[in-house]
Design a protein around this ligand. Structure first.
Ligand SMILES: Nc1ncnc2c1ncn2[C@@H]1O[C@H](COP(=O)(O)OP(=O)(O)OP(=O)(O)O)[C@@H](O)[C@H]1O
Ligand SMILES: [Mg+2]
Length: 494
């Protein structure tokens, strides 16, 4: 199968987000699509799957023009999209999820045996094994994602689109996903793969297309490109070093001290401290307990033991509100569930987190709010049309920047960032690193949890390594290599 999109234009209101964009993908090909946050990647794919309508342009399948008005229309032609926000029902079993609305029936009854055998065949093709009778919620995000892919295979997918599929996956899950993608390719499925992770793109893909500001820039075999040329075409200029020079700061007084913190099940006896102007990293595999520690620290989950000191004073943080009052801010890894109200405007999301500063006797000062929100959005380099835009209308990466903006507004003493650059393009990453350095210089104590070791090595002063709910070691980040950190993450063997 060959799928072509050409001369695609799309506007939202007065703003044109796609200008004369083109794309072509063939059976057995893995096509990477890259571009900065807001470049138009997801929008183009939503047009291809009939979720959004195009203003003009054509979609051709094997030289035949097609029109998709709903997602069902594209599915009928074998085109499927696996979104980052998964479409699974967690209380239902694997089997029920697989065949939802597509039940096999015999004499008016659901034919479970036929469903089971088809499910098993598809799992074998993908090389995965998930118990069919277990509720989906019991599986990891990665496994749930594989289930989505299995679902598309049940319907004979010829083209599968994956929009940032790995951003919430662990290293092992990514390997599993890549295995599955390679099998699909061998079986002749076409894949469109959207990611901000350059390494994945070079490891996995055959060809690449680059979008910039809603325009098609180039399409090329991956072999003819390298890291620098991809980034240059994405950003429009040479980016230089990804990590800006780290400022040399003499450490200030201790701001945050955590002693022997434990929760009921997930971690125990965690101790660390952060000084003014210091950036402390948390490394570890997914599930090692890093996020659980931050959740307890911020009062989202209860602790069972341990003490927390801010400015040398014992604080009793039993809720996020108390954490905020004590001078903490927490940019969570999950912007959808915890970070933002998607159906609220940008300015209301920022306002809600900064009510005290922006209102007087219960009345919100609108001018002040607008000015405040504008400044913060500029500070995080977000791309948006206006403060009254709804969060759900922003591109993935720009939503992430609003989470950061709303917390910067609180001017915290301690800033905890969990996966701060997830879903963020390379250029914005660099800007966020620069911002973190500026905040450190201004005297904040900063904690960064990240699954990207290179990021921790590039920005942190110290790195705490966690494994299976315990702190393995504290490392000073002086000529530290990723192998060294990795060794502690994995428990001595790599
Ligand atoms: N429903 C919508 N209403 C209004 N504007 C929208 C809507 N969906 C997307 N946009 C705008 O279209 C532009 C392209 O967004 P899109 O989500 O396609 O970017 P992207 O390349 O996928 O970015 P990211 O890497 O951040 O996910 C952005 O400016 C975004 O704000
Ligand atoms: Mg997107």
């Amino acid at each position: 199968m060959n799928v072509v999109m050409q001369h695609i234009n799309k506007s939202f209101g007065p703003v044109q987000v796609l200008h004369d964009v083109q794309l072509s993908v063939n059976s057995g090909e893995i096509l990477a699509m890259v571009g900065e946050n807001g470049a138009g990647k997801s929008t183009l794919m939503k047009i291809l799957t009939g979720i959004y309508s195009k203003d003009s342009g054509e979609i051709l399948i094997d030289d035949q023009a097609v029109e998709f008005h709903t997602i069902r229309d594209s599915e009928a032609k074998g085109i499927f999209i696996v979104n980052q926000e998964l479409n699974v029902f967690k209380d239902m079993t694997v089997l029920e999820n697989l065949f939802l609305n597509k039940e096999h029936s015999r004499f008016g009854m659901i034919d479970e045996n036929s469903q089971r055998s088809q499910a098993i065949t598809v799992f074998q093709r993908l090389g995965i094994s998930l118990d069919l009778d277990t509720p989906v919620g019991m599986f990891s995000v990665g496994q749930q994602q594989l289930l989505e892919i299995a679902k598309s295979l049940l319907l004979e997918a010829k083209l599968i689109i994956m929009d940032e599929p790995t951003s919430a996956l662990s290293g092992k899950e990514i390997e599993m996903l890549f295995d599955v993608i390679r099998r699909l390719k061998e079986a002749g499925t076409a894949i469109i793969y959207i990611s901000h992770r350059m390494k994945e793109i070079f490891d996995l893909c055959d060809r690449i297309i680059i979008l910039r500001d809603g325009r098609f820039i180039l399409s090329s075999s991956i072999a003819e490109m390298n890291f620098d040329s991809v980034i240059k075409n994405m950003v429009g200029y040479d980016l230089g070093e990804l990590f800006p020079d780290k400022p040399e700061l003499p450490p200030g007084p201790e701001i945050l001290r955590v002693e022997g913190l434990s929760d009921a099940t997930r971690f125990h006896d965690v101790s660390f401290s952060v000084h003014q102007g210091e950036i402390l990293g948390f490394a570890g595999l997914m599930g090692s307990g890093r996020t659980d520690v931050m959740n307890v620290l911020f009062g989202v989950e209860p602790k069972t033991a341990g003490q927390v000191f801010i400015d040398n004073e014992l604080v009793n943080i039993t809720s996020p509100r108390k954490a905020k009052q004590a001078g903490m801010a927490y940019v969570t890894e999950n912007r959808k569930d915890e970070g933002l109200f998607l159906d609220f405007t940008i300015s209301n999301n920022i306002l809600m987190n900064n009510l005290r500063r922006l209102s007087h006797r219960g009345v919100v000062n609108q001018d002040k709010t607008t000015q405040f929100a504008d400044e913060l959005m500029t500070q995080v380099n977000a791309k948006y049309q206006g403060l009254s835009q709804l969060i759900e209308e922003l591109s993935g990466g720009n939503q992430q920047k609003v989470v950061l903006a709303k917390w910067l507004g609180t001017n915290p003493k301690v800033l905890v960032l969990d996966e701060p650059t997830r879903g963020i393009d390379v250029n914005s990453k660099k800007q966020i690193y620069e911002l973190i350095f500026t905040l450190a210089k201004l005297g904040m104590a900063i904690v960064v949890v990240s699954s990207e070791l290179i990021e921790l090595l590039g920005i942190c002063d110290h790195i705490v390594v966690m494994r299976e709910g315990a702190v393995m070691t504290h490392l000073e980040n002086q000529q530290l290599t990723d192998e060294e950190v990795m060794k502690h993450m994995m428990g001595g063997v790599i």
